[in-house]
Design a binder for this molecule. Sequence first.
Ligand SMILES: *[C@@H]1O[C@H](CO)[C@@H](O)[C@H](O)[C@H]1NC(C)=O
Ligand SMILES: *[C@@H]1O[C@H](CO)[C@@H](O)[C@H](O)[C@H]1NC(C)=O
Ligand SMILES: *[C@@H]1O[C@H](CO)[C@@H](O)[C@H](O)[C@H]1NC(C)=O
Ligand SMILES: *[C@@H]1O[C@H](CO)[C@@H](O)[C@H](O)[C@H]1NC(C)=O
Ligand SMILES: *[C@@H]1O[C@H](CO)[C@@H](O)[C@H](O)[C@H]1NC(C)=O
Ligand SMILES: *[C@@H]1O[C@H](CO)[C@@H](O)[C@H](O)[C@H]1NC(C)=O
Ligand SMILES: *[C@@H]1O[C@H](CO)[C@@H](O)[C@H](O)[C@H]1NC(C)=O
Ligand SMILES: *[C@@H]1O[C@H](CO)[C@@H](O)[C@H](O)[C@H]1NC(C)=O
Ligand SMILES: *[C@@H]1O[C@H](CO)[C@@H](O)[C@H](O)[C@H]1NC(C)=O
Ligand SMILES: *[C@@H]1O[C@H](CO)[C@@H](O)[C@H](O)[C@H]1NC(C)=O
Ligand SMILES: *[C@@H]1O[C@H](CO)[C@@H](O)[C@H](O)[C@H]1NC(C)=O
Ligand SMILES: *[C@@H]1O[C@H](CO)[C@@H](O)[C@H](O)[C@H]1NC(C)=O
Length: 550
Amino acid sequence: MVTHWLGVLLLSTLVSSRLFYQPSVRVARQTLVSSNGNADGKADNVTVDASAHHFKNGDGTIGMNVTSTGNATSGNGNAAGIGNTAEGQVGNNHIGSTGNITATGGNSEVFSNIFGDIYGETMAVNSMQQGKSFGTGDTAVQASGNANFTKNGEISPSASENNIANAGATGSDNSEAEVSSNQILTWDQLIAQLYGHAAGSGKTNAQANIDLGAGSQNNGIEVNGLVSGANQNGGQVNAEVEGKGSIDGSGHSLTGGMNGAVNGTGNSQLVGANNLQSNRTGTNTTISAFGDGKSSGDGDSSITLNSNSSANSNSGVSGQIDMQNAANGANKNMTVQNGLQVNDNKGGTLAIGYGEIKGNGTENSNANIGVNSQYDQNGHAQVNTTGTGSAVSNNQNSSLTMEGNAQISGPDGTKSGTATASGNVMGAYNNLTGTNQVVVGNNGANGNAHMEANGGGPGNSAAETKTDLILKNGNETRTSSVSGSVQATGDSTIVKSVSDVSDNNGVQTMSNFQHAVSSSKGSSSASASNSGWLKRRKRASLGVLFDRIV
Ligand SMILES: *[C@@H]1O[C@H](CO)[C@@H](O)[C@H](O)[C@H]1NC(C)=O
Ligand SMILES: *[C@@H]1O[C@H](CO)[C@@H](O)[C@H](O)[C@H]1NC(C)=O
Ligand SMILES: *[C@@H]1O[C@H](CO)[C@@H](O)[C@H](O)[C@H]1NC(C)=O
Ligand SMILES: *[C@@H]1O[C@H](CO)[C@@H](O)[C@H](O)[C@H]1NC(C)=O
Ligand SMILES: *[C@@H]1O[C@H](CO)[C@@H](O)[C@H](O)[C@H]1NC(C)=O
Ligand SMILES: *[C@@H]1O[C@H](CO)[C@@H](O)[C@H](O)[C@H]1NC(C)=O
Ligand SMILES: *[C@@H]1O[C@H](CO)[C@@H](O)[C@H](O)[C@H]1NC(C)=O
Ligand SMILES: *[C@@H]1O[C@H](CO)[C@@H](O)[C@H](O)[C@H]1NC(C)=O
Ligand SMILES: *[C@@H]1O[C@H](CO)[C@@H](O)[C@H](O)[C@H]1NC(C)=O
Ligand SMILES: *[C@@H]1O[C@H](CO)[C@@H](O)[C@H](O)[C@H]1NC(C)=O
Ligand SMILES: *[C@@H]1O[C@H](CO)[C@@H](O)[C@H](O)[C@H]1NC(C)=O
Ligand SMILES: *[C@@H]1O[C@H](CO)[C@@H](O)[C@H](O)[C@H]1NC(C)=O
């Protein structure tokens, strides 16, 4: 049942006020005092209440209060909403405020309260909206609560014109969305506290989002975030975002967090993005975190996302985002990318990492990509991309390619790294295993790549492997590259090919190993070849190779 209540209070009083005396003339003026509190609610159960009070004290001070409150709850999927306005005027001093909130979903509760107060030349507003919705399927809460004062038509510096607190979630197992917004205003000061949380979990897909804001263009904050995941075959998906923001006069403090997970078979995707923004006169501070992971293959996969960030006008900006993408199957095709974009007083930084693995075989085997991007309050960034992969086959060829990138662009230039490893192998039984890593920080880039192929059994076998590393620090480029191939023909053969490169702070090592064995009653042959080189921009040198060819 939906009941509808309306509480309206409108008072208009003319208070005769003696403002000043002149010796000969006595001037009496009339001061308009008015107030309007209006709470309008719609839900299963609604309580609304509005009251106003106009008064004149013994010392001649004229005042008025207005309070408007609404509380609404609904079940059974009915919406709950409160539309709340409170305004008042004493002479040329005016208070205006709205505090609207609606919630939709299985079970909803919303609350809005505004208290406004004028006492002589002093004005204050305290506005609070909070609400939540929980259940399954879609849940959402949306609140807004602007407030301002005017004196002779001039608007107060504290005006909060961008207040918003929205949260929403989707999940077939569980869905919840919650916000709260509290604002306390005096003529020249705004104190605001915002909170939002949304979480969804379910089969096939889930998402969660928040959008919070308060203040104005010159003294305002925004916190928003979104996590969304999907799996083709009805797998488990979790998505969660949280955010907080406060304005304490001129100080700002913001935090944001994201969590997500997708488990299942077939195609999966997980994306997340959040943004914290603090605008103060002449200064913008922003930190954005974003991530995207995809997996397709014929086995199980699991993609996870975890991120936290903060922006504080005293202590600065920091954040991290981590994503892992793990798969077990014969064929895999997976990617992860994530990063942070920071705009702060350290000069601004963009940090991005990317990892990719493609592999095929006939037997199940594991692969994992991890990408972690970080930024700390001293302006230091680090991106760490790692991969481990394998492919295994019987009587068919296996192939595996792995790529990892990391890049940081900041006030002291751009640093980046790429580590790739690839291999192909044939043989009655064969496999490939590889690892790669690049870590890029403010001091530069380091990395390594390794690929190993094994093949053998009855009949011919062959293998090739290749690893490459390209590390850049401004104009300086360090390159390491190794590749080799091996083949054996005969009744029974074994081949092994290994390529390995690493570079830590300019100390480069390379290793290339090829080995073939063949045995037959008739003719058999084995051959191996390899190549490797090191390149530096300023001085080229031939690297040391360790070859053992049998
Ligand atoms: C009006 O505000 C004054 C000062 O805050 C308080 O003492 C008084 O009780 C309030 N009256 C109402 C009706 O809220
Ligand atoms: C709103 O109403 C609910 C249900 O009647 C009650 O439990 C809750 O305390 C109320 N909240 C406020 C802030 O009045
Ligand atoms: C509405 O109020 C009735 C009576 O107090 C209570 O039984 C019911 O649970 C309430 N419904 C909601 C959704 O709060
Ligand atoms: C807030 O609610 C009031 C009363 O229902 C309505 O008049 C007003 O348009 C709403 N404002 C916003 C911004 O939704
Ligand atoms: C002041 O706030 C009221 C209520 O939110 C709004 O209607 C009005 O446009 C605002 N005034 C200014 C100058 O922004
Ligand atoms: C902060 O500044 C940006 C860029 O000028 C603007 O798009 C945004 O709306 C501002 N946010 C607030 C809360 O005023
Ligand atoms: C995904 O699967 C892993 C391993 O089976 C398990 O630890 C994790 O809790 C699962 N996550 C979800 C969201 O189901
Ligand atoms: C704030 O950021 C926006 C968008 O990046 C930019 O257009 C604006 O000039 C910046 N304002 C200040 C004061 O830096
Ligand atoms: C890998 O997946 C991407 C989409 O994520 C697709 O465009 C591409 O063709 C796939 N590659 C292979 C070899 O399956
Ligand atoms: C793996 O890919 C290679 C190259 O595309 C192909 O020759 C081979 O047959 C594939 N192996 C399997 C098991 O699909
Ligand atoms: C990079 O990530 C890997 C895997 O998570 C971890 O073992 C390693 O310690 C990290 N390296 C740095 C420098 O953070
Ligand atoms: C790959 O083959 C080698 C040689 O047969 C074996 O020692 C190793 O355990 C295999 N690795 C995997 C992942 O199957």
